[in-house]
Write a protein that binds this ligand. Structure first.
Ligand SMILES: [Zn+2]
Length: 337
């Protein structure tokens, strides 16, 4: 029974096809390098993994029988032990990889506070673990087409595998922005590239905001949380809809436009904010975020950092010390004089 269930599992199918693909490549390499014994050993490991899929024991730790972490299997479909059952030297190597991944990720982040071309931006990037699957970038006009770009996203999964996809998204967008295309085209192209470069179970949500120095704003959203905009004394929920990147290669991304006057603000955030749960298992939720955003006073809205802090303080008050369960990223944007 369990065996049949596991074999029908589409996730298992992904690993099976990944492994079959690797097997074909390995066989070719073995043919070319008969003297390389390591290749032969790898080939037999791949065969053993395929056998484990057939018998239904794939993805189970050989020491404790528990499930091996999904994102680790995605990164290396040959692993046979859960995190807790690694040998000390394997643990040390993993720890070093993680620290390096975190360092690379920090290097990709924009400055926490940016002020340029009519806009002021403050972000807060808080991984749940050592690395985050959240994507956060600010591209100023020097690197783009006279506009500023504010980007926030969330890659499926957590940990190292998600952080690698996040880095991929960062590089993809930086490259695409140089092509000076409209943002619906940029997001469409990013989606196609993402579809081609990731395995089927992985995707990313993304919101892309393009802003002129005069306050004209255009928003494209690929399945990410909507953007909150406060202008003319009202709160607007903008740019919802669109499918995540990497789901369907032919997705389209319609855009929405608005205008911000000096002092008007926008808030971008990841679902780690609205899906946060407190000790009573209540969800922070979209409504509370909108209410918090609408109720911020002049003191909080007087700077992008003030708005980001007001948002994080409200989340912390709601959680009341309960631990987080997801990466959290917030980006506050304010039009300046
Ligand atoms: Zn284990």
């Amino acid at each position: 029974m369990a065996e049949a269930d596991l074999n029908a599992n589409p996730t298992t199918e992904i690993f099976r096809s990944e492994l079959v693909e690797r097997r074909t490549r390995l066989e070719r390499a073995v043919d070319r390098n008969r003297s390389d014994h390591h290749l032969g050993e790898l080939l037999s490991e791949v065969d053993k993994a395929l056998q484990r899929i057939e018998t239904g024991s794939y993805g189970l730790c050989e020491t404790c029988g528990g499930s091996i972490e999904h994102d680790r299997l995605l990164a290396d479909p040959l692993i046979r032990y859960c995190l807790e059952d690694l040998t000390p030297s394997e643990q040390r190597a993993l720890e070093q990889d993680l620290q390096l991944a975190a360092e690379i990720q920090r290097g990709l982040l924009p400055q926490p506070d940016v002020r340029s071309n009519g806009w002021e931006v403050a972000h807060h990037f808080a991984p749940l673990g050592v690395v985050s699957g959240d994507y956060c970038d600010v591209v100023l006009p020097e690197g783009a087409d006279g506009h500023s770009y504010f980007l926030l996203g969330d890659v499926s999964g957590k940990g190292v595998a998600a952080s690698i996809l996040m880095a991929n998204l960062h590089a993809t967008f930086r490259t695409l922005l140089a092509s000076r295309q409209p943002i619906d085209v940029l997001v469409e192209r990013a989606n196609r590239l993402f579809c081609e470069s990731t395995i089927a179970s992985q995707y990313a949500t993304l919101v892309c905001v393009k802003a002129s120095a005069e306050g004209d704003v255009e928003i494209a959203n690929a399945g990410h949380c909507p953007v909150l905009v406060a202008s003319g004394g009202r709160t607007h929920v903008m740019g919802s809809g669109g499918l995540p990147l990497g789901m369907f290669c032919s997705s389209r991304y319609p855009t929405e436009r608005c205008h911000l006057d000096p002092g008007d603000v926008m808030l971008l955030y990841t679902d780690g904010v609205i899906e946060a749960r407190n000790g009573d298992d209540a969800e922070y939720g979209h409504d509370r975020l909108v209410a918090m955003f609408g109720a911020t006073d002049e003191a909080a809205r007087g700077s992008a950092r003030g708005l980001a802090t007001a948002c994080l303080d409200d989340l912390a008050a709601f959680l009341g010390g309960s631990p987080r369960h997801d990466d959290v990223t917030v980006m506050a944007i304010r039009r300046t004089e």
